[in-house]
Design a protein around this ligand. Sequence first.
Ligand code: GAL
Length: 657
Amino acid sequence: MVDSISTRLGGLAYGGDYNPEQWPRQVQEEDVALMRAAGVNLVSLGVFAWARLEPAPGRYEFGWLDEIIDRLHAAGIAVDLGTPTAAPPPWFSRAYPHTLPVNREGVRIGVGGRQNACPSSPEYRAATAGIARALAEHYRDHPAVVLWHVHNEYGAPLGECYCEASVAAFRAWLRAIYGDLDALNEAWGADFWSQRYGDWDEIDVPRANHTAVNPAQRLDFARFTSDEHLACFTLQRDILRASTPHTPVTTNFMTANCKSMDLWRWAPEVDVVSNDHYLTAERPDNHIELALSADLSRSLAGGAPWLLMEHSTGAVNWQPRNLAKRPGELRRNSLAHVARGSDSVLFFQWRASRYGAEKFHSAMLPQAGTDSQLWRDVVELGAQLRELAPVRGSRVAAEVAVVWDWESFWALELEWRPSVDLRFRERVDAYYEALWREHATVDFVHPAADLSAYRLVVAPSAYLLGEVAAKNLCRYVESGGHLLVSYFSGIVDEHETVHPGAYPGALREVLGLSIEEFHPLREGETVELGDGSRGAVWSERVRPAGAVPVVDFAAGPDAGHPAVTRHDLGRGTAWYVATAVDRLRPLLARALDTAGVRRPHGLPDDLEYVRRGDVVFLINHGDTEVVVSEPSGTDLLDGSVWPGAVTIPPGGVRAIR
Ligand code: GAL
């Protein structure tokens, strides 16, 4: 479906969130002229304009928007039309005060921010359906509208609601899942702490408590929360589809940065996957986290092109210290998203606001106006993206997959784990970074997905693994796959119940080992391993049962016992790593080589190397020139021809075809 957009645009999409409702007409006219100068061909409109579009219940005022859309259309700029439901107008909250969300601590959120309605509220859902229907009917035949942008970042900043409507909806959701209370009591382990339920109305949402709350209840509440927001989305999507069956519908995900939505369940429901990504400004190698987010977006899209819906030209305004981008960083960031499958480079936002909470956020057109380096960079980027039109629609191939499961993420980070240092993102990021530096392109996968396309599958933190997923991993290895698993994986099933027998119940067979005892390490403590590397966070007593030790712990509570093992099973191999190894790259290189993963060798580890279709992107994040012997061809970005080796200047980017 992305194709239908980029075909209409004739290339990659370039632009961003446009909030003309904040500006007088004269500025709006200037906007369109400047958009043309920058090469903008797509803007997201109306995302936060509910109060203007429906100033009183059922009274729609679209005239002002008609004028703007017509003006954009006349200038050849297409529209990604928002449904404004992420910020209900004050009249709505006043009429239905009980729709304001309640947080886990019992505090009802007030007006003045956004995302201020409970997703389970019938009144809220009805109002969203009303405005979506009115927009769909009004704009169904407008040629400028090429995409629907439903809501904004479902589940952020907080997805959960603990109000009375949520309690009722949670009970209904549980009834639909479990059918009867015996099944629920069993799944929730309700005999622990006398929690056996005799009536559905006894069940509550897992509010703040003075002790740990039943983890199965919390896990189901997390699933429920994701499903409730998804129901809000599909309600609007179906209304839009009914009026405009040929216009794709998306909602902007934050693929790697929104913990509260299970995007494996969401992705099949959107016509186009779109993603918002913002750098962690103070992290020096934040381009690696960017790559992770882009790879996860592509994976959610099933490998198809996706849309980068938002990122920033410079600083954001909501981090502790909002660093501006360094010279060349805007270009590197944008092109890295394209390299990893995005058919767009879109920003929050077009013009920097003068008022409101986001006035210190960067934009394509900064407060300084057009006489600024940032504006010149934006204009130049627009021109570069036109040169990249040939990559539109093409795919990125990966031979390595990293397991990513939101349910496991939620479960691992509930209360009372063996160590507070067991963090999902910490392990995923560590492995992803090592793979990135090894120049191995990565897809993300759900553990129950078809893995046959991958030579190596890495499960950095697969704490929760159901039976289907566990069998899937085992079958994958038996039939020739290579699997690498990190500690504290395969421990519980989907109800937070420990798999029977010794840890890791779900993976004992495939890994060829069991674990007798966990030995979490103290904060900052490390233990030496036999190969001179060091382990942190975790140590445990591994008992091989078929697996062979590769590296032992040389010190610490498990000295003399395996820290890394290898198990040849069927036609494949399963590796296990029982601690947070400080030198992951040699270990991964070995697993990559054993699996026969093809990747370039001998490149500097801060050179990003990604092949998309027949174009190789080379992004130099270092401060010295890099020469690579392969590929040869023409740089689409500047037309330079590289028959033998390719030179990439410090901070530079080449797209060689
Ligand atoms: C996004 C959001 C935008 C804007 C932006 C600022 O998460 O969708 O509306 O707030 O952050 O970085």
